[in-house]
Design a protein around this ligand. Structure first.
Ligand SMILES: [Zn+2]
Length: 121
């Protein structure tokens, strides 16, 4: 993996998502890179159900050393599990509504379930 500060092209940061504050990703070579993003990205980064996972964030490394995830609508977050690269989504079974961040379903106000998927839609 290569990440360069100041490069505006999106790159991938991959490693284990840690339950730190701010959230960070520990890369295979043992570096801990703090990660930030928009409100919905932050919601995922603090979700106990994905913390500890092999995680991938698409975004860029800022000059301050913080890796900024792309906006949530660009699907910047993945969990790697069983050799698959899975989109992080949340699902309300009652309403059949899919969202990208952990929250109460906007329709029925029940808790949504983490639903890792191998495709976007
Ligand atoms: Zn619902």
């Amino acid at each position: 993996m290569c990440i360069w500060a100041g490069d505006s092209r999106p790159v991938a940061l991959r490693g284990r998502l840690l339950a730190s504050d701010p959230p960070s990703v520990e890369t295979a070579d043992g570096r801990r890179v703090p990660v930030d993003g928009d409100e919905q990205v932050r919601g995922v980064l603090r979700d106990k159900r994905v913390i500890g996972s092999e995680f991938e964030v698409i975004g860029r490394l800022d000059a301050d050393g913080v890796f900024r995830a792309a906006p949530i609508h660009e699907n910047p977050l993945f969990v790697h599990r069983g050799g698959q690269r899975l989109y992080v989504t949340y699902w309300c079974d009652i309403c059949a509504i899919r969202t990208r961040t952990p929250d109460l379903c906007w329709c029925c106000r029940e808790e949504t379930e983490l639903d890792l998927r191998d495709r976007k839609d």
